[in-house]
Design a protein around this ligand. Sequence first.
Ligand code: ADQ
Length: 507
Amino acid sequence: KDNDRGDRASRSSCNSKATMIVVSNRLPFILKRDENGVLQRKASAGGLVTAVAPVVIRGQGNWVGWPGIHLEDPNEKIPESDPNDKTPTAGLRSEKIVPIRAEPKLFDSYYNGCCNGTFWPLFHSMPDRATFIADHWKAYIKINEEFAEKTVHALHLLNKQKKDKNGSPPIVWVHDYHLMLAANWIRQRAEEDEIKCKLAFFLHIPFPPWDIFRLFPWSDEVLQGILGCDMVGFHIEDYCLNFIDCCQRNLGCRVDRKNLLVELGDRTICVRPLPIGVPYERFVQLAQNAKPVFSTSQKVILGVDRLDYTKGLVHRLKAFERLLEKHPEHIEKVVLLQISVPSRTDVKEYQDLKEEMDQLVGRINGRFTTPNWSPIRYIYGCVGQDELAAFYRDAAVALVTPLRDGMNLVAKEFVACQINKPPGVLIVSPFAGAGEMMHEALICNPYELDDAAEVIHRALIMPEDERTVRMNHLRRREQLNDVDSWMKAFLKAMDSLEEEADDLGAT
Ligand code: ADQ
């Protein structure tokens, strides 16, 4: 089944000339001012950007997003990329960038309030952490309107420039939980202005079950916003089915669970599992070239995450502590290296989590440290891609144990970098999208500390041949289903929309 997706993607007639407008909360680079106040682009090396940007550039499309800085002067131009910039977004000309210029207070209510204060915890099935505040929701509506307006403007420009009026219409691809209302407005305005386009939405985080989703007071509006699209993508089928369930129960839509279709009015919306991958070959190359980083004979258990409560970091440290209690033979033999990149640092919950982690690391180290050894090494910061690849390559075990996670790219990056023989072991939580498909990893429920400790123990003592067999399977799957194959699968799904829509009519 896994191979099937990879093969289908590479055989696909994937319309790589498609004109695409990507709409995402952030632009694919950050704008910063230098010491003279001149705007500069800071490139992003993320896998998604690497796969999507070339398609946007090839089709001379646009990217709509917030530039990471408040631009006061409405006429201030986005700079071109640095001539030495070799990243995939370098070819994205400034005239093709559509920046969102929002008033900072309003943007804060939208971003920190509604996106990160409400949707992030709720969609990760942690409703107790979610706040439901009408003003935040109003800000969310306003900012989504702004994104929609800018996108429609870009569509108008593309329409004017288009030489072949009968060619395939541009694809508008809206990303993630920040922009769940935009698509519907884009559709309505495009229809009024008689501009053709195909609309898609992709959610990078889980879509929760109905019983959680309906806690959101304006849940109908969210569904209607997403259903403005022709195609809605999620990482895995479970999220597709949750979404379909919500459409049926909230809005009374006719649905087809087998073919993953939803009917709203006279339109049929395709829902598709599109599991994202990583730039596999790039990570292999990085791993081949990176210098060794560990000067220790101890086995390294590695954790790499944004410092976020969904990633299960507190549970992970406690499970490691339990391992040292239950299996003291690992004392002085293993080290837990946890790398946590600072995230959403102006939000109180994230500041509290940092505090809790600092204390826990201190307590566990205080309890077990010997004159020659400390059990936990904790890096609070971002590490470069070369160093990261070396960590992944040389670790004996990777602990990817989120409490809930849309997919989780760290699990896949680790696997790509496992070029050493014999390889290491991946431990993954069943509550991450990655846990659904990386069958040869050891599965560990992060909530059950005793079991988690046992799984880590098992990984540490796993025979070489078992490690090799498991890792070979994992690597082959990730190589086939890398981020380019995801991009192709998306374009293929957009290509075949019409056929799929006919299916519901026939059932
Ligand atoms: P995230 O929640 O950000 O993404 P994840 O998929 O793990 O989570 O991606 C994190 C990325 O940041 C990885 O590429 C990793 O290499 C990098 N990273 C993490 N810590 C780092 C550090 N300390 N230094 C340097 N780099 C670090 C959201 C969803 C996920 C989904 C992705 C993609 O929450 O579930 O997999 O989008 O759709």
